[in-house]
Ligand binder design. Structure first.
Ligand SMILES: *Cc1c(COP(=O)(O)O)cnc(C)c1O
Length: 384
């Protein structure tokens, strides 16, 4: 039997270990100078005025929703077809998630269905760039402008993805909504173990997030440390401990240096998958539209109508060949945590959940491994 192929693998090396050792030696190990440097470097990379580091994308979304004024009595429109953290964050803010359906072509919010679900209590729309596939924000922003709603982005998977605006390519996170939130979980392209970032063009919004991540404190530790005179902090509002550590930020800074090469490598591997699977009528492939370049956080296929086999059968056949896969994206409204939610109008989300499949893709994957997955998948979807 040949080697096992995992579904994902973080791209970490000795440089990350050296960066952690360097920070350990300084004695300043939680949110401090390394976090400030990571924020500045990520903001520059994305072309965003402000970046606020936090402990995860889930906590980033929580703070972004609070800073946007979302609270009890409000509704926030989100895709059900997303990792459950998207919907949970809305609950953390005390509001109610209202699930809208997604488009089969992009896996992202269908603006027409979002429009249909706006009501008197709607305060915000939280769009997801699912699996790093950019959502088209223009129609959502137009809708939010018309109805006076806040648009926020769950960009957990989308670091390094790009969209074309006019003649220029811009990275997801360059502000085109009130704020975008990224994840640094190992399943995403840039990892710090766990971690997250809020990116915005709004200085007041960024300040509010900075205060809330650090217990609602009026001063940062960096300001206190750098002060020439004795200064006392105040606690000016709601507060949490959502800090990223300097150890994590040091890893993130090394990862950010490597990111462009990693994205380029994933694009090559994804192109190889697309060539290998082209014309297989049992599969529906997703490809970037002319206005987007994906980071290929995941390589996703859907079993089409011509495929007679169930998702589990296909996944089991691949596993028997040493190939790990994951089901596509979940539907939050079908989970016990959201029991009682109506399934009305969420047919496309449910179809994607039942027929979507994530194939192995990681920076250190070889061409031969991609080819092995292609052969095994074609056999699996055509079996019987
Ligand atoms: C991974 C993910 C999250 C959660 O990110 P954490 O950093 O683990 O909190 C949220 N939304 C989406 C779409 C994700 O894929």
């Amino acid at each position: 039997m040949t080697d096992k192929i995992p579904v994902a693998k973080p791209d970490l090396g000795p440089e990350e270990a050296e960066a952690v050792a360097r920070v350990l030696a300084t004695g300043w190990i939680t949110q401090g100078p390394e976090v400030a440097r990571l924020e500045a470097e990520l903001a520059a990379f994305l072309g965003a005025p402000h970046a606020v580091a936090v402990s995860s994308c889930t906590t980033a979304l929580h703070l972004a929703l609070l800073a946007a004024g979302v609270g009890p009595g409000h509704e926030v429109i989100v895709p059900s077809h997303s990792f459950i953290a998207t919907a949970n964050a809305v609950r953390h803010a005390g509001a109610t998630p209202v699930f809208a359906d997604v488009e089969l072509r992009t896996l992202n919010l269908d603006p027409a269905d979002v429009a249909r679900r706006i009501g008197p209590r709607t305060k915000a729309v939280l769009a997801v760039h699912q699996l790093g596939i950019p959502a088209d924000l223009a129609p959502l922003q137009a809708l939010c402008d018309e109805k006076e709603l806040v648009l926020l982005e769950d960009a957990a998977c989308a670091i390094g993805s790009e969209v074309r605006r006019g003649a220029v390519w811009e990275r997801v996170g360059k502000p085109h909504s009130r704020a975008a939130c990224f994840s640094f979980h190992p399943r995403k392209l840039l990892t710090t173990g766990d971690g997250g970032m809020i990116v915005t063009a709004d200085a007041g919004f960024a300040d509010a997030c900075r205060r809330m991540r650090q217990h609602g404190m009026s001063l940062t530790d960096l300001q206190r440390h750098g002060a020439e005179r004795v200064v006392f902090e105040e606690y000016v509002g709601p507060g949490y401990n959502y800090r990223l550590t300097d150890l994590q930020a040091a890893v993130g800074r090394v990862q950010l240096q490597k990111l462009p090469a990693l994205v380029a490598r994933r694009r090559e591997l994804a192109a190889r998958y697309l060539r290998g699977l082209a014309g297989v009528e049992e599969l529906v492939l997703l490809e970037p539209p002319a206005w987007a370049r994906w980071n290929w956080q995941s390589f996703y296929v859907r079993l089409g109508d011509a495929c007679r086999r169930s998702l589990v059968e296909v996944m089991e056949d691949l596993l028997a060949q040493g190939i790990s896969t994951r089901r596509g994206v979940m539907c939050s409204h079908l989970e016990p945590a959201f029991a009682g939610t109506s399934r009305e109008g969420l047919e496309r989300s449910e179809l994607l959940r039942d027929r979507g499949l994530i194939l192995p893709l990681f920076g250190s994957m070889s061409e031969a491994q991609v080819d092995r997955v292609v052969v095994a998948l074609v056999d699996a979807v055509r079996a019987r």
